[in-house]
Design a protein around this ligand. Structure first.
Ligand code: GLU
Length: 479
């Protein structure tokens, strides 16, 4: 059986956004499920577009997601170097071979001359093809001119692992540049050499390259090399489905999601299901399930929509799937400042209470700060509650006083089930609806918009704090 080798080949031109990371993920999944090799190759031959620091950012993003590579610039490997700018002599050798076999030639034209050819094609309303102007006696290639491929225009039919059977006519083939006049190879040329020399079996890349594929097929033939399996991933679109996801529509640095309290496994689940499903209704997948179930033939051909609400939902699901021990590890950076002095045990108890309610880890402060610091009473919050806003001050006073007196009785154990019974009795004796009495008590002890089950909240706060907070609330009623 062939040993599967896939690669992710980003250009260091800025941060990694979801579209790019999804390509990496799909290539990684294919390698993982076949116990193959995943390669990280950096394509830095376009020096103009390069952004400093991008390589580290690419590596950090993949690390954060848990996408690990076996060969790359930091790891080495038998097929390196893995940075294209360190492979220029390799590309030169292959360029020379193409020159020797008559399949590449020096481009003698100036920019003005080329522009004139283009203008002419436009005036004659025909597509511009360089090969129509192919020089009869090109000069010898001395490296100062661009080197062009001498194409062999023809029809192609090929199978794309995602898009299915595709075909193009000879007009899709032209004499493209292999090596620029600055000595750097073009992407169109060097990725083919690298994929071949690195033994890549599956090339997955975004839809933007599909129109160039016939040119690649032509070059594979000229080089007499067998082409790898090609898979084209449809674009990731903005939520309206009308345009490619751009920075303004939420295409942000994938590391930003980590800082905002998203779990990497939720992000991985989200990315994998951007245009893929396993044929069932399942939406939540563990990393291992993705590895087991992913297949290119179930990637949809049409563009996927980037729906951040779905990511948020998935994140909540994955937070719930963590054990408390795992969650403790993950929330270290998200505790409210007031939790700094709290014991690990108390923090653990509080975390257990809110785990089901966290949509992102960054929700932790708003859900828990009142467990660590005294909240200031704010009776204006009554206005936000449809049931409570109708209460008269006197009603509030008598309900809270009854609660206070009941809970101050030391025969009431401050643990959830006894407290639940006690609250039920209070509902009976006061004749109030839970939506009123329990919401009122919740507000008086937390002054937070939401909290876990009241009996759990009270048990965690403890009797002294509960009583003190109700007293303070009563006091503030008169202000
Ligand atoms: N360097 C190309 C890019 O960043 C890679 C395309 C490919 O995977 O072949 O878009």
């Amino acid at each position: 059986m062939t040993h599967i080798r896939t690669r992710f080949a980003p250009s260091p031109t800025g941060f990694m956004h979801v579209g790019g990371v999804r390509t990496a993920l799909f290539a990684w999944l294919i390698a993982q499920q076949a116990a193959g090799t995943f390669i990280l190759r950096i394509e830095d031959t376009d020096k103009v577009r390069e952004v400093e620091g991008s390589i580290a950012q690419i590596e950090d993003s993949l690390h954060w997601l848990g996408i690990d590579w076996q060969e790359g610039i930091d790891k080495g490997g038998d097929y390196g170097p893995y940075l294209q700018s360190e492979r220029l002599d390799i590309y030169k050798q292959w360029a020379d071979k193409l020159v020797a076999s008559g399949r590449a030639y020096a481009d003698p034209y100036t920019r003005d001359e080329l522009d004139a050819f283009r203008e002419l094609a436009k005036a004659e309303k025909r597509p511009f093809l360089y090969r129509h102007h192919r020089p009869e006696n090109p000069p010898e290639w001395d490296g100062s001119q661009p080197l062009r491929f001498r194409s062999d225009p023809k029809e192609y039919r090929w199978h794309d692992a995602v898009m299915g059977d595709l075909s193009t006519g000879p007009e899709a083939i032209d004499d493209f540049i292999l090596v620029k006049s600055d000595g750097y190879p073009t992407y169109n040329f060097c990725h083919i050499i690298d994929d071949m020399l690195m033994g890549v079996t599956h090339v997955l890349r975004s839809q933007e390259f599909i129109s160039s594929t016939p040119k690649f097929l032509n070059l594979y033939e000229a080089l007499e090399i067998e082409r790898p399996t090609l898979g084209t991933l449809p674009f990731v679109m903005a939520i309206d489905g009308k345009k490619k996801l751009g920075k303004r529509d939420g295409a942000k640095d994938v590391l930003e999601y980590g800082r905002e309290g998203y779990l990497s496994e939720a992000m991985m689940n989200f990315l994998a299901t951007l245009g893929w499903n396993d044929g069932t209704e399942q939406e939540v997948f563990t990393v291992q399930e993705l590895i087991d179930k992913f297949s290119l033939d179930r990637v949809q051909k049409s563009p996927a929509r980037f729906d951040e609400k779905r990511l948020l939902w998935l994140n909540g699901q994955h937070i719930r799937m963590l054990s408390l021990d795992e969650l403790i590890e993950r929330v270290t950076d998200f505790w409210p400042a007031a939790a700094a002095g709290a014991s690990d045990e108390h923090k653990r108890e509080v975390l257990a209470l809110v785990q089901d309610r966290l949509k992102t880890l960054a929700d932790l402060p708003i859900l828990t700060s009142y467990f660590f610091e005294e909240p200031d009473p704010n009776w204006l919050m009554l206005a936000d509650n449809k049931q409570l806003r109708k209460l008269e001050h006197e009603q509030i006073r008598s309900l809270l006083t009854a609660t206070r007196d009941t809970l101050a009785d030391t025969s009431v154990a401050f643990e959830p089930s006894t407290l639940q019974e006690t609250l039920n009795q209070l509902l009976e004796t006061t004749g109030e609806k839970p939506g009123i009495l329990l919401s009122l008590i919740r507000l008086a002890v937390s002054w937070a918009p939401f909290s876990p089950a009241l009996s759990d909240t009270l048990a965690t706060l403890g009797r002294d704090i509960t009583i003190a907070r109700i007293d303070r609330a009563l006091h503030a009623l008169d202000d």
